[in-house]
Design a protein around this ligand. Sequence first.
Ligand SMILES: [Zn+2]
Length: 212
Amino acid sequence: MSDFLKSELEKAEQCLLETYELAESYGDNEEKDKSKYLQLMEQICQIRDDAIRNEDALKVAMEERTIADFESAFEGTINRAGKKFQAKKTREYKAFSDRLEDISRSARGDTLPSTTKKDGALIEMDMQVNINDPITKKRMVDPVKNTICGHIYERSSIQDAIQIKPTLRCPVAGCGNKQYINMAHLRPDNALKLHLQRIAEGENDNDSDTNA
Ligand SMILES: [Zn+2]
């Protein structure tokens, strides 16, 4: 498949996820309907498969010496391979569906403990994995989320790290995302940012209590 088509399809997929994320935050129930996004993803998988199949059929047909043989080899290969394809069984479709689940779960607040809790220590325990930057290990202030794998980093530290090494991959240990990190893949995590602000405010309150 051409790199161009490949990257266009990835963009389309990303765009769907972002739209869904917005819908989860601001949309009505109809816009939050996951099945629409899944249907579109199915089409993306179909386009991707068509492109790969066309390419394979072309390779086979190129072996032929006459136009008629070329045509029948091409059609034959396309049809034989096409019947088996089930978009929903592809790895891409499953990953997409998982990402939708993650987004809807975090929109419902399942991954963040209640921010009304005043006990900073308790919140920190719950959030330990999430509130520290994986690079500096310091608590984040301006978190950005990698939309490919869902991991979160402090904006300034990931920016610095990319500058030093443009071919940087997700620094979270064990992350399966093999793509180079690109600032275009990073989006502010506003829910977490707010949460971090609440934690910081809670700590300031405690400080003034002890100083008083
Ligand atoms: Zn990652």
